[in-house]
Design a protein around this ligand. Structure first.
Ligand code: NAP
Ligand code: MG
Length: 401
């Protein structure tokens, strides 16, 4: 069979640990045999980030702006332990944080639903899509470890030199301070991405912040959403028969647990980080969730929502068998290939993405799955496969479909 031809390369961002291992197997088994795979390769593995002083991360984000579609493997965000493990020159920032800051936009995450893996929240009949603001807040913070007594102030100096100054704290001893920010422009594009996505998918949109406590910061998010909704979207929402609903974040969390699903939950950056892990694991596994960053300029970056699965990687290094779920990483590739096909008008590429997703899900539905799913499935007589054999089983399904 002739391989599917591509026109424009995908920006390929390789990553770390167990997901890097899966990445290669997915390419070898599920992509290269079927597609004349064109990618512009960036190695975001921690070793090469360290070697290039993290320049490779910036280059990969620039390439994404240029080509429009990227697919990213999970990467290590360095901490103290990684400093010694990888002998790092610096505690490099999270690549996701860097890329999101450069591309701006919103990360949409939705559970991948499959027969036999039911959400543990019984009333979630339909998927809950999380829309996570991808810019600013604690992910682009400045922090100080306060050594002892003294005054901490928040100062803004305008271009004309005028100052706004507020006291954060008169410290009587050691402590900590954190400065965070966001931009009206980024919040506006976050709001528009969410409203557009709600209209595209005909789902209600929920949004929540802590505006009662954060009367300026969080309240600005609330106000910007409300203003844009009234001015640009209210009529369209009415016509589509969908709703925009704002509430406090703690109220939203309580309501989500009782809801039936089938809506989009817009979250500030940190809330989205935490809540998407909650929603995905309640739907079976961190590996059963899609994740795509949509920038206001129409650039897309597809990734898995989970990390590098470090614990499995250490087993792999010791030569022990692993059963790591590759579904989210496969769906990152299919999302990116489908989008590339859409942009370059290559229907075969879009069809291939659909077929590979179907093959992945029907492999699981036929009872062949990784351990994380086998532990929670309602299917009987399942076969637990190792990391590699699960991907090979998907290939078999794909070739027979
Ligand atoms: P993680 O890689 O998401 O894994 C946490 C645990 O969740 C695993 O130990 C495993 O549980 C389970 N799990 C996650 N993905 C799985 C999969 N595909 N198949 C089966 N089980 C899966 O988080 P972490 O171990 O806390 O973080 C490891 C590294 O990833 C860190 O260096 C962190 O910085 C990085 N990280 C990167 C991203 C990203 O690039 N998007 C996101 C988050 C974290 P069991 O061990 O119980 O099997
Ligand atoms: Mg997270």
């Amino acid at each position: 069979m002739a391989k599917i031809q591509m026109k424009t390369p995908l920006v390929e961002m390789d990553g770390d640990e167990m997901t890097r291992v899966l990445w290669q197997i997915i390419k070898d088994e599920l992509l290269i045999p079927f597609i004349d795979l064109k990618t512009e390769y960036y190695d975001l593995g921690l070793e090469y980030r360290n070697e290039t002083n993290d320049q490779v991360t910036f280059d990969s984000a620039e390439a994404t702006k240029k080509y429009g579609v990227a697919v990213k493997c999970a990467t290590i965000t360095p901490n103290a332990a990684r400093m010694t493990e990888y002998d790092l020159k610096e505690m490099w920032k999270s690549p996701n944080g860097t890329i999101r800051a450069m591309l701006d936009g919103t990360v949409f995450r939705a559970p991948i639903q499959v027969k036999g893996i039911d959400p543990c929240v019984k009333n979630w009949a339909k998927p809950i899509t999380l829309a996570r603001h991808a810019y600013g807040d604690v992910y682009k913070n400045t922090e100080i470890k306060v050594p002892g007594a003294g005054k901490a102030e928040l100062v803004f100096t305008a271009e004309d030199g005028t100052e706004i100054r507020k006291t954060i704290m008169d410290f009587d001893g050691p402590g900590i301070i954190q400065g965070i920010h966001n931009k009206d422009k980024s919040i506006e594009s976050f709001a528009r991405s969410c409203f557009n996505y709600a209209l595209d998918t005909k789902q209600d949109l929920w949004f929540a912040t802590k505006d009662t406590i954060s009367k300026i910061y969080d309240h600005t998010f609330k106000d910007i959403f409300a203003d844009i909704f009234e001015a640009e979207y209210k009529e369209k929402f009415d016509a589509a028969g969908i709703e925009y609903f704002y509430t406090l974040i703690d109220d939203a969390v309580a309501r989500v647990m009782k809801a039936k699903g089938g809506f989009i939950w817009a979250c500030k950056n940190y809330d989205g980080d935490v809540m998407s892990d909650m929603v995905s694991s309640a739907c079976g596994s961190l590996a059963m969730m899609t994740s795509v960053l949509v920038s206001p300029s129409g650039v897309y970056e597809y990734e898995a929502a989970h990390g590098t699965v470090q614990r499995h990687y250490y087993k792999h290094l010791k030569g022990e068998e692993t059963s790591t779920n590759s579904v989210a990483t496969i769906f990152a590739w299919t999302g990116a290939l489908r989008k590339r096909g859409e942009m370059d008008d290559i229907p075969e590429l879009m069809e291939f993405a659909d077929k590979l997703e179907k093959a992945t899900l029907s492999t699981i539905e036929s009872g062949k799955m990784t351990k994380d799913l086998a532990l929670i499935t309602s299917l009987e007589n399942v076969t637990v496969l190792n990391s590699q054999d699960f991907i090979k089983a998907i290939r078999e399904t794909l070739e027979n479909s």
